[in-house]
Ligand binder design. Structure first.
Ligand SMILES: [Zn+2]
Length: 115
């Protein structure tokens, strides 16, 4: 298992998460394309906050099932979570992870716009 360190730009929000990248997506839906997410899906309970959980804003739209969480100080998009057909699911924006080479990762282009 690899331990990843995530942080927003200003450093207020920091968490750790353990796991292996298996399925990463870059989605073209209205929110992902604007926020430039690259998402890795892990249970929200896997996130271990070091700081700043109370600094997260929550943006909802459409069916309002998903919570799009950003740092309220620097606006970095950190992760999205919510109810996906009865299962709590979360997608972490791996662009916030330290010491990873995004260009070396296998990222699936996901057509969320078509949904
Ligand atoms: Zn911040």
């Amino acid at each position: 298992m690899t331990l990843y360190q995530a942080a927003c730009h200003c450093g207020a929000v920091k968490y750790q998460v353990e796991g292996e990248f298996e399925y990463l997506i870059e989605c073209n839906c209205s929110i992902c394309s604007r926020r430039a997410h690259i998402l890795w899906f892990v249970p929200l309970a896997s996130l271990q906050f070091e700081s700043g959980e109370d600094q997260l804003t929550n943006y909802k739209f459409g069916k309002r099932r998903l919570n799009h969480r950003s740092c309220q100080i620097c606006s970095t998009a950190m992760f999205t979570h919510g109810d996906d057909k009865g299962t709590e699911k979360s997608g972490l924006n791996i662009r916030t992870f330290a010491d990873i080479d995004i260009t070396a990762l296998d990222i699936t282009q996901y057509d969320g716009k078509a949904l």
